[in-house]
Design a protein around this ligand. Structure first.
Ligand code: MLT
Length: 257
């Protein structure tokens, strides 16, 4: 697979297990700024822009396996064989693809606002229609469609502004590739019972994009996984409720070996 060099932040002490933070669609590394600030006090934290997002190169292959190969290349480049991954939504799909592709390298998974199952055929068809619309009309289409589902109306103005900026800053070709990649992603549910590393699942109770039930089912299928619900939070829980996410992910990070 043709892996790319991803632009990334690399902060925190070089001791213990590093943690890689993978953002969702169509966002970039800034989704993780609040968590990164906390986690870097104790862990080496790497935060890339995934291919086709933020400042990363755009490629037609937006498969979860291609994203995972990029992350493995990034970790090879920084000389870290084992690492833990926190993935939000699409980043969670990539985290599971990583755990399947390189189980010996993944020391733990924090799965935030995500799920292990694939798209239903209708949803995959809808992704293709959206990809074509975005390529023809630009990111405003996605901003209008997605923004109301990402945050609760109570989200602070700076969080709302950052969310718009991330969506509108995503290259349309990158978004289209990711939509097609997500539409074709494989079912990872058979992987869950085989995981033997610390896993925490964090989900907002008001998530309108990925139902909390999907998070609960995922956690129930992983031996020893913790499931944490964030009351009243919508999909973008890392930005809307950073303190709770930092508490749950921080507790998980403390168990990494
Ligand atoms: C995301 O937040 O990464 C995406 O909305 C996930 C998805 O569309 O399945």
């Amino acid at each position: 697979m043709d892996a790319l060099d991803l632009p990334h932040l690399d902060v925190g002490p070089h001791a213990g297990v590093p943690v890689v933070l993978l953002h969702g669609f169509p966002l970039d590394h800034r989704l993780w700024m609040p968590l990164q600030r906390e986690l870097q006090k104790t862990h080496r934290v790497l935060v890339p822009d995934l291919r086709g997002h933020g400042k990363a190169p755009v490629r037609p292959d937006g498969s979860m396996e291609a994203h995972a190969a990029d992350v493995l290349r990034m970790m090879d480049r920084v000389g870290q064989r084992r690492f833990a991954v926190a993935g939000f939504s699409m980043g969670g799909y990539v985290a599971l693809a990583l755990a399947r592709a390189a189980p010996e390298r993944v020391a733990g998974l924090a799965l935030v606002g995500t799920r292990a199952g694939p798209d239903a055929p209708e949803a995959a068809k809808g992704r293709e229609a959206t990809a074509q619309k975005v390529l023809a009309e630009g990111m405003r289409v996605l901003d209008e469609a997605m923004f109301p589902k990402l945050l609760t109306p109570a989200a602070p103005a700076d969080v709302q502004a950052l969310t718009h900026a991330m969506i509108l800053g995503t290259p349309p070709a990158g978004a289209a590739a990711a939509l097609r990649g997500m539409g074709a992603r494989r079912d990872q549910r058979d992987l869950l019972p085989t995981l033997r590393v610390p896993v925490v699942v964090v989900h907002g109770t008001e998530d309108a994009l990925v139902p909390p039930e999907a998070g609960r089912e995922m956690a129930a299928a992983v031996p020893g996984a913790r499931f944490a619900l964030v009351e009243g939070a919508a999909h973008l829980v890392p930005l809307e409720r950073p303190d709770e996410v930092a508490a749950h992910v921080g507790a998980w990070a403390a168990t990494l070996r």
